[in-house]
Design a protein around this ligand. Structure first.
Ligand SMILES: Cc1cc2nc3c(=O)[nH]c(=O)nc-3n(C[C@H](O)[C@H](O)[C@H](O)COP(=O)(O)OP(=O)(O)OC[C@H]3O[C@@H](n4cnc5c(N)ncnc54)[C@H](O)[C@@H]3O)c2cc1C
Length: 374
């Protein structure tokens, strides 16, 4: 067992989107940092991620200017009924502007962009955190294979089942998302979609987004399902009446079940993201059903805001309160709009389709407009 002590270091638990972005930004700002990641390589699972305009803006602020080298820009969204009828569409390139046009890319590409420039040794892989503690003066972390570390701040960037949250914020429970219990994600050959397209049926929705020359990223769920969604065959049953494109993509995924990832929809809601020297960011702080694809964007923004506070604040104990204050309204807005959209997705289909046709664009604008400004 080794004992690493550096009284000024920020210890980041987790090197997902939030942890990598924070580590990268702290390195850029010359703040001492170490990131501990339980897996031997950066997690990816072969999946993709849709990055809305505010995520692209945050990546640029992180000094990443080659976003367009990876994946496919999302020019347009189309919301369709289960029969394929267009309910409404959004010109995303126009809405976000050329610089911040959304982009769908593989998670591994996002992770490599965030990791580039972080010196070797700063991220310790295969370093699972077993327990954490804080005092008025310092923080301490026990790892399973790498001994004990002490530092100045502890950041829980360790996802929805965060050990930092469990140990430093007792009593905060995760909850099942209003949208439904679970969803599936997979990559499939592109069955012929040109842009971000969702089909919404009575019991299921399927979203396809081009992510490569001949490949789509797919997210599918059964809104309101209370426990029957554990088998993807249920999904197939519910999308029988859907057009060819979503059925073909789901069929392809079912034919090679290895590529199908079941993704529980678990949320975290809490009123403050700090306790003394422990601070939560990303999903550990505010995991939200991916209705508006804001998880990645909020994680990147959290990292930027917190890095700025670490680099500029003299008062160690004020950083956390200030972080909560600065992030509260933006994250609260995403949570409110997620709940609103989740409730709509559970309405009877005829009512939902009318709402989508006449108020869908407004709902899109009301959700994303406040997020366009940093
Ligand atoms: C089905 C689904 C679809 C989604 N689609 C999108 C989308 O299209 N766009 C979008 O922006 N967001 C999307 N999201 C949300 C997005 O994936 C998350 O918000 C984002 O990954 C959060 O990043 P994070 O770094 O906070 O957490 P995570 O990505 O969960 O990373 C946490 C890291 O901490 C590590 N870790 C955990 N415990 C320990 C420990 N004890 N010791 C050491 N390391 C540990 C983990 O291995 C992991 O690497 C989706 C989510 C779901 C469920």
């Amino acid at each position: 067992m080794t004992d690493h002590a550096n009284e000024n270091a920020v210890i980041v638990v987790g090197a997902g989107i939030a942890g990598l972005a924070l580590t990268r930004e702290l390195v850029r700002r010359d703040v001492e940092v170490v990131a501990l990641e339980r897996y031997p390589s950066l997690p990816d699972a072969g999946l993709a991620i849709n990055l809305p305009g505010n995520a692209i803006a945050a990546l640029r602020k992180l000094g990443i200017d080659d976003v367009r080298r990876h994946g496919v820009p999302v020019e347009r969204r189309e919301y369709r009924s289960s029969s394929g009828r267009l309910l409404f569409k959004v010109d995303e390139a126009k809405f976000w502007g050329a610089d911040n046009k959304p982009q769908c890319m593989r998670r591994s590409d996002l992770a490599s962009m965030l990791t580039k420039g972080i010196p070797e040794g700063v991220i310790r892989q295969q370093c699972a955190v077993a327990s954490v503690s804080t005092s008025g003066r310092s923080v301490a972390v026990d790892t399973i294979d790498d001994g004990k570390l002490t530092g100045k701040y502890l950041v829980g960037a360790d996802g929805v089942h965060s050990i930092v949250r469990k140990m430093c914020f007792p009593g905060i429970e995760t909850s099942v998302a209003q949208l439904g219990q679970a969803s599936w994600r997979f990559l499939a050959p592109n069955p012929g979609v040109e842009c971000w397209t969702v089909w919404m049926g009575e019991h299921a929705l399927v979203l396809l987004i081009p992510v490569g020359p001949n490949e789509v990223y797919c997210w599918a769920t059964i809104p309101g399902d209370e426990g029957h969604s554990s088998h993807p065959a249920n999904l197939l049953r519910h999308i029988k009446v859907f057009p060819r494109e979503p059925r073909e993509a789901v069929d392809a995924a079912l034919a090679s079940q290895a590529s199908l990832h079941k993704s529980p929809l678990t949320e975290v809601r809490m009123s403050s993201w700090s306790r003394g020297r422990a601070i939560l960011i990303g999903d550990a702080a505010h995991a939200t059903a991916p209705v508006w694809a804001q998880g990645g964007a909020l994680a990147l923004e959290d990292a930027l805001v917190l890095a700025e506070l670490f680099a500029t604040s003299d008062d160690a104990l004020e950083v956390g309160d200030e972080f909560t204050r600065l992030r509260k309204s933006r994250i609260g807005h995403v949570q409110t709009m997620t709940d609103r959209a989740s409730r709509i997705s559970r309405l009877p289909i005829s009512l939902r389709n009318i709402l989508m046709r006449y108020a869908g664009r407004l709902s899109y604008t009301n959700t994303y407009k406040p997020l366009r400004n940093a």
